[in-house]
Ligand binder design. Structure first.
Ligand code: NAP
Length: 249
């Protein structure tokens, strides 16, 4: 009997869950638990870590999972590495649903860096208004460049004090439009952007806005993962599960 586990927390995972629910496939949707009120799903959900590779392997066995779809964010590398290892250990088929990274286009002013630490050092020395479009767990290293005025954007309001002396917080879930991003950058006087190469359309608007305004973007490359089967569309995941897509994604 087929029983799928979706490792989710992304817009793509939500579309996949909708399709899987419509197809009547037995499945569980798993959230990491970082967002206080995650999107409502038609599938049964579970929330929070499994307890590393061994915890996930135990879960796969106990829940009799036959297929794992890793539809987590491309920067959720720990979860993805754990899924590769736990699926190998238990012999569970794994497929990653991973949107393609953005490719630099004409007019983009990109400074490519391999990680957050390099993004910090790539910032200018002179004070600038910087839009830090990264997860809140990666803010602390930017404390080494306190001369800048930072604009941050989170899904939930921050609970703890921020590690940056001059930070302006926008609370919004997205997806974001080009017009909205242009407005944000103009009204806040943004001069530099730090972003991760997440790919996809929902987060793309800030990159398009930066190009339109000629602003430099320090773009953090995706973390390296061991090789794994991967596709870029929900339809390909549905085909892997032996079903046709209902949504045409
Ligand atoms: P991460 O650093 O790779 O994961 C850290 C730990 O959190 C994992 O080892 C796992 O704990 C737990 N975890 C992560 N995703 C999980 C999931 N879907 N279900 C159950 N446990 C999960 O991940 P992250 O960057 O903190 O991202 C957490 C979640 O937020 C993911 O679901 C991701 O898709 C979503 N998200 C992340 C980003 C981002 O920028 N990274 C953006 C949008 C959405 P155990 O080891 O205990 O199993």
């Amino acid at each position: 009997m087929m029983r799928a586990l979706i490792l989710g927390g992304t817009a793509d995972a939500n579309v996949l869950a909708e399709d899987i629910a419509r197809a009547g496939i037995d499945a569980v949707y798993s959230y990491g638990g970082r967002t206080r009120a995650p999107a409502v799903q038609k599938l049964p959900t579970r929330v929070g870590g499994f307890g590393g590779v061994s915890g996930l392997a135990d879960y796969l066995r106990e829940e009799r999972i036959t297929h794992v779809i890793d539809a987590t964010h491309p920067f959720a590398a720990e979860m993805s590495r754990n899924a590769i290892a736990a699926c190998a250990e238990t012999g569970t088929p794994l497929l990653a649903l991973e949107r393609a990274p953005w490719i630099k286009a004409s007019g983009d002013v990109w400074i490519d860096v391999p990680d957050v630490a390099s993004a910090v050092t790539a910032l200018p020395d002179q004070r600038a208004h910087v839009f830090l479009a990264i997860g809140r767990q990666h803010l602390a290293p930017f404390g080494a460049r306190p001369q800048h005025a930072y604009t941050l954007r989170f899904v939930d309001p921050p609970e703890d004090a921020l590690p940056l002396p001059d930070a302006d917080v926008i609370v919004s879930r997205g997806p974001f439009t080009l017009a909205g991003e242009l407005e944000t950058m103009r009204t806040r006087g943004i001069q530099w952007i730090v972003a991760r190469n997440s790919g996809g359309t929902g987060a793309r608007a800030k990159i398009d806005a930066a190009r339109a305004l000629g602003l430099p973007v320090i773009i953090i490359a995706r973390p390296h993962l061991p090789a794994r089967p991967r596709v870029e569309s929900v339809a390909e995941v549905m085909a892997w599960l032996g079903h046709r897509t209902c949504l045409g994604a």
